[in-house]
Ligand binder design. Structure first.
Ligand code: DQA
Length: 145
């Protein structure tokens, strides 16, 4: 199995950026957690601050990945382009957030990405990724049966 884990804007600053909200783990720590949680599946882990780059990677996942985890960061709440790209996938898609956006400012309550997600995991800090990886691979294995 090949699992894509895509990360949106400002997540390169994880660990330094608002640590009371997002925790002290860095994105490299999160990558290591994902690889450990993937139990042998290959993890392709990427981050970009650019919406178009994320669209390109989602399109690539159509043919290259068996499952996809995405933390779209601020694009969660703004991006029809990411939503449309995700709608073109037939693999399981798990939307993942470190914080729980539903418990934060009103502008974080709506997610475009959720409209194309198989499921959403939010609010567990870096552990959200671990749970998301397991959920995405579990769903992909179920579909492969
Ligand atoms: C986030 C939540 C978003 O609202 C925010 O813009 C982020 C990170 C999270 O992981 O909690 O950048 O996706």
């Amino acid at each position: 199995f090949i699992l894509y884990v895509l990360n949106g804007p400002n997540l390169n600053l994880l660990g330094v950026r608002e640590p009371d909200i997002y925790g002290h783990e860095t994105l490299a720590d999160v990558q290591a957690l994902c690889e450990a949680a993937a139990e042998g599946a290959r993890v392709v882990f990427r981050q970009s601050n650019h919406e178009g780059q994320l669209v390109d990677w989602i399109q690539e996942a159509r043919t290259e990945a068996d499952a996809l985890v995405i933390n779209p960061a601020a694009f969660t709440h703004t991006s029809v382009a990411l939503l449309d790209a995700l709608k073109a996938l037939s693999i399981p898609v798990v939307e993942c957030h470190l914080s729980n956006p539903a418990a934060r400012e009103a502008f974080r309550h709506h997610s475009y990405v959720s409209l194309a997600a198989t499921g959403v995991i939010a609010g567990f800090g870096a552990r959200s990724y671990e749970l998301a990886v397991k959920a995405a691979l579990g769903e992909a294995r179920k579909r492969a049966e």
